[in-house]
Structures are given as C-alpha cells and as structure tokens.
Write a protein that binds this ligand. Structure first.
Ligand code: WQD
Length: 331
C-alpha cells in the first residue's frame, strides 16, 4: 500500500514514516518545511535503509495537491501537515485557519476526485478544552480555547460531514495527547525552530546550556504538586498507533475517533525530576505565573484504541526522558 504522509518531515511525521516503512508500507512524504528541515529526510532514509519518495509541497495549493494525487498512485493518506503552536495561533488566527482548514479541504477534494478512500487525521487532545471530568473519553464534550484547537475541531467536523456524504470514505481521527521522546537511533526527534513552546524541548535546551533555566508556568494548580499534569506519550508509541489506524481504515467505513495517550498523568515536576534522574543532569528552574490557556490536568482514557485498534502505549516516562536527551545531545 502507498501512503501519502503530509507533514512527514516534522517531529511526529518523521517517526510515523519510519514505523510505516518498518511495517512494509510504501511512503510518500509531502512537506513544505514550514516547521521542519530537509536534513530530516536524510535521517529517515538512513534509519529505514532506503530513499523515501519526497515532494516539497504546500497543501494549501489546490493545483499542486491535485497534481500530486494525479501522478502518484495513493492508497491512503495520513494528514499531519499544519501549523501547531497554540500561542502563535492567538496572534495570527487568519494564517492558522487558512493553512489548517484549506489544506484539509484540498486533500479531501483530491481524495474524492482520485477515489482515495482512507484517511487518518492528526487531531489533538486540545479539542476537549477545559476537561469537565477525567480521564478523557472520545465521546466527551469538545470545545476550544485557541484558534489552533478550533482548526483541529473544525477539521474533525469537516471530515465527519464528508464521511456522512460519502459512505465509502473511511476516516480515523487520532487525538494526540503530549508526544515527547525520540527514535532510539537519536537521529530524529523534536527540534522546533526558535524558543520552544513545549516542555520537553525546552528542558533539553536547558540541559544543553542553550537556555539558562526552565520557567515552570504555575505551581498553584489543584494537582498533586501544584504544577500542570499532562498525558505524555512516547512519539514512537504514537507513531505505531498510526500504523494500527491505517490497518483499521482499510477494513472499515465511516468515521472513528481514538485517543492516543498512556492514560497516566505526570506533572511538570515529575518530568523535571525523571529527566534529571535518568540523564544525571540537573535542570535549574523557577516558578513563574500561569500561562494563558493552560488547563490544570489533561489525560486520556485510551481503552477504545486498545479494544478497537489493538494499540497500547508501551514506553515509560524514563524511556521518553532518556530518548529525548539522546536526540538533543546529538543535534
Ligand atoms: C505541558 C506542561 C505547561 C513549557 C500543547 C498543545 C497540544 C499539543 C502539545 C500540538 C504544561 C508546562 C511548558 C514551559 C512549563 N500541541 N510548561 N514551562 O500545552 O499541554 O499542549 O502542546 O498538537 O495541542 O496544547 O504542552 O508542552 O506546552 O506544556 O511549565 O516552558 O508543561 O504549563 O503544564 P500542552 P506543553
């Protein structure tokens, strides 16, 4: 099977490319390098031992998207390409809505035109908004607190409506919790441009001495130690969930939603202490004010993915911290 992986040069996409190849799938990567670098492709190729077909493409360009489908015999799509920074989305909502919505519409329209019926879409736990109860289950209410989250929720709605209008169209929406970690080779991992928004890449920059200390956004939340609690999942576990989702869409029609998380919540201080213990590196930090838009706690009930996809996260927090550092110290 030939899988088009949009955003496949990015942090999560590169790990999905590796796992798809490991399972014998033929992969085509489409990316515009808006949040990734061309050398990531070389590293993916080194890991998988062959050259993966690549097209530099912006999926908001309808003509280019149709041309890619025209010349490539695509069997299924895994769609990750999109802007993904919560804070940035509040500053530039137009770019986020245009980029994240138009790209999905173009891909869905191209799939219809070229009779490609299987789609796995990269969604996010952020669509649950401020959780009313925990752990989060797929049928729970959704709402968003930022334009980035709204683009994910709107794309979910768009794909749901397309699926209703085209019964042969098979869609899986994967709601990611907090991906961290890196491939065991240390060749690919999370390397955002500029100052990291997310916790783990910020910690690894402090560990490298690139940043002086970690700012912990609040220790007055109603959690075990007052710092924010999240469901951190190893990016390789997350990537493997996409392979299971591709197998699922091949044999189902309609649309299904799955949480991809571990079901375990860890606090910011848990991450700092585990990272220091596993890697024997002190992480200096200071407690500062809460960050706008943050929720106190967010973690998944991943049982539906286990029951229906046969997927479960297997890597520990220690694995995540060790692998994150193994990548960062080598790059
Ligand atoms: C985790 C915890 C922060 C940085 C976001 C998006 C989500 C997904 C993952 C795209 C929180 C604390 C963080 C720092 C800190 N992105 N923190 N100091 O906000 O849970 O999720 O990224 O799909 O959609 O919402 O992840 O890593 O930013 O924060 O104290 O410098 O670490 O307050 O408690 P978040 P995060």
């Amino acid at each position: 099977m030939k899988i088009l992986l949009t955003g496949g040069a990015g942090y999560i996409g590169s790990h999905i490319a590796v796992e798809l190849c490991n399972q014998g799938y033929e992969v085509i990567i489409g990316d515009n390098f808006s949040n990734s670098k061309p050398e990531v492709l070389n590293k993916i190729n080194t890991i998988v031992g062959k050259e993966i077909e690549f097209h530099e493409i912006d999926f908001t360009n309808k003509e280019a998207t149709f041309e890619l489908f025209e010349k490539s015999n695509i069997d299924a799509v895994i769609h990750l390409a999109g802007l993904k920074a919560v804070g940035e989305s509040c500053i530039m909502p137009i770019e986020y809505y245009r980029n994240n919505i138009v790209s999905t519409l173009n891909i869905a329209e191209a799939m219809k035109k070229y009779d490609v019926r299987n789609l796995v879409f990269s969604s996010s736990a952020t669509v649950y908004g401020v959780p009313k109860e925990l752990p989060l289950k797929e049928g729970m209410p959704t709402s968003c607190t930022n334009p980035y989250g709204w683009t994910k929720l709107m794309n979910e709605q768009i794909l749901t409506d397309i699926s209703k209008a085209n019964p042969s169209f098979s869609v899986v929406l994967l709601r990611y919790f907090n991906p961290i970690g890196a491939h065991e080779s240390g060749l690919i991992g999370e390397d955002p441009n500029g100052i990291p928004n997310n916790l783990m890449p910020y910690i690894t920059r402090v560990a490298k001495g690139v940043l002086p200390e970690l700012n912990i956004f609040g220790n007055d939340y109603p959690t075990k130690d007052g710092t924010g609690v999240r469901d951190y999942i190893h990016v390789v576990d997350l990537a493997k969930g996409h392979v299971d989702a591709i197998k699922f869409v091949e044999t189902h029609a309609g649309i299904e939603i799955f949480n991809l998380g571990t079901g375990v919540g860890y606090s910011v201080l848990d991450i700092v202490k585990t990272f220091s213990k596993v890697n024997n590196i002190e992480i200096p930090y200071q407690i500062v004010g809460r960050r706008d838009g943050d929720v106190a706690e967010c973690y998944a009930d991943p049982s539906k993915a286990k029951e229906e996809l046969g997927w479960i996260a297997t890597k520990s927090l220690e694995d995540m911290c060790r692998d994150s550092w193994n990548f960062a110290k080598n790059n």
